[in-house]
Design a protein around this ligand. Sequence first.
Ligand code: SAM
Length: 255
Amino acid sequence: MNTTILSLNLNRKPSVLATLLSFFLPTLALVDAAHVERNREQFVRARRAMIERDLMTRGIRDARVLEAMGAIERELFVPEKLRSLAYEDRPLSIGEGQTISQPYMVAFMTQLLSLKGTERVLEIGTGSGYQTAVLGKLAAEIYSIEIIPKLSDRAKSLLVQLGFDNVHLKVGDGFFGWAEQGPFDAILVTAAAPKIPEPLWRQLREGGRLIMPLGAERQAQTLVRVTKSDGKQVVEELTGVVFVPLTGAIRQDRR
Ligand code: SAM
C-alpha cells in the first residue's frame, strides 16, 4: 500500500508576501468598513428624501405606510448595478423582463388597503419582494405568489435574511390565488389583466378590498380598488397606470 505523508514545516519563516498581507489586510478591512458605512448613510439620507419628496408631498398620509417605507432598504431589492438609483421615483429592472414598481406606486397601493396590522393579505407578483416586505411590516400574515421561480427564490432568501417570519412565498400562477390560506382581508395584484381573476374574487373576505391594474397589455390601464360588499363588487377607478402584464392562465380565460 502506498502511503503519502504530508509534512508541515511549522518552524518555517513567514514569506515576505505573508508579512505584507498581515500588515495591510486589517487596514483594508477598516477602509472597506468605512466605505460600507458611508454608503449606508447615503442610502439613509436618500430614503428620507424619497419619503418627503415623492410620498408625503403627493398625498401619502398613512403614518404606518410612511414608517414602513422609511425602514425598508429598497437598495437591497434592486440589482447591485442599479443601487444608486434605488430611491428615484421610478420602476427599475429586476431581470427576467420584470420590474420593481416605483416607490410612489407601492405607497399609493399599500395606503389604499388601509391595513391596521391584523390582516391576512394575498399579493400576486412577488417580483423583487420589496412590496411584500412593506406589507410584511403592516399586516399579520402575507401570502405572495410569483410565477417566475428565479425571482421568487431571490426574494425568499432576502426576506428570510431580513427576518420577515410572517411572509410566505410560493411559485405558481397567481390567477388561482392561494385557497388553502384564504379568505383574505386584502388582495394586491401587481401585474395588469383585462379583468379580475375569478378565484381571487372568491378568496376575498366580505368587506375585503382588492387592488389591481385593469386593462389589456400595452393599452391604457386603470388602477382599481374593488370592495366586497354583500358579495357584490363596489369598484373605484383610481388612476391611469402602466404595469407589466399578468401572465399564465388569465390569457386563456375567455369567460
Ligand atoms: N411588487 C413587485 C416588487 O415590489 O418588486 C413588483 C411586481 S412586478 C411589477 C409584477 C410581477 O408579477 C412580476 O414579477 C411577474 O413575474 C409577476 N407575475 C406576472 N404574472 C403572474 C402570475 N400569473 N402569477 C404570479 N406572478 C405573476
